[in-house]
Design a protein around this ligand. Sequence first.
Ligand code: CP
Ligand code: NVA
Length: 315
Amino acid sequence: MKKKDFISIANWSAKELLDIITLSYRIKKTPHRFSSALKDRAIALIFEKQSLRTHVAFELGAKQLGAHTVYLTNADISLGKRESIYDVTKNLERWLDAAVVRTYDHKYLEQMASTGKLSIINALSDFEHPCQAVGDFMTILEKLKTVKKKKFAWVGDGNNVCHSLMLLAAKLGMDFTAVTPEKFEPDTFVTTLARDEAQRTKASIVLTNDPTEGVRNADIVYTDVWVSMGEEAHRDEKIKAFVNYQVTTSLMKLAKPTALFMHCLPAHRGEEVTDEVIDSPQSIVFEQAENRLYSQKAILVTLLRKKKTSNIAGE
Ligand code: CP
Ligand code: NVA
């Protein structure tokens, strides 16, 4: 059955996710063939937090597919405060086909998805960033051609971006090592899910607190900010906990000589990564950002493309 929502990598099969990645390549190669794919569909973009890449990719992407967009911030609707999530969703579904939602609380997304017929897309929650993961694996497959027997080393906080990448790596059969400080390991439930998937695809999921061991022989070294949006009050303690987890040129040297450096961005240069690494020929961060556009369009098309419909007389 066609799925309605894109909230977590966990809910989508490897085949379905690879289909989205394949569609992303087709959209990248022949964008004009998709210029009416979502003609006159309507999509809300609800952003409770700041965004450059996700906002641009979905707003521009939706427009390039022929859809209309309405951009709403917390200043407009105060999700869950001005009125209930249920009432917001019941209103939106009268006008729109989908809502792309960036929120602090992952539960809001689940609540919106179970409320009615509106397609809900997770544009980053405290728990996952599935749209980022799809774009990133599009980029990884472009570069490496295969993920089998390749090693992904995550260096940083085991939170939202890490969760989606770990689940997708496991489903597609890429070895994944999460290098985090103690107490910042990925969520236990997500790790168990990823390990179950990895057993099927013969991949490994390793958690370690040791950057040297974790990065050794990696094909991909990936990091993210140490202080995520919403955690600003804990900035000092987080910086202290992560100080030995910066991706530097000497850390990159432990990975394969062909290793690529990735970052979801925004980057806090001088914190999680040095200028030398992010500006090096190994870095593919702007290709990642570019591929967000094609892959977010592919997610929209997958969810919202209509089957051929009959006319008003049912013909
Ligand atoms: N990587 C990412 O989601 O970037 P934005 O926060 O700018 O959307
Ligand atoms: N972990 C970061 C990702 C930003 C795209 C955050 O949640 O702020």
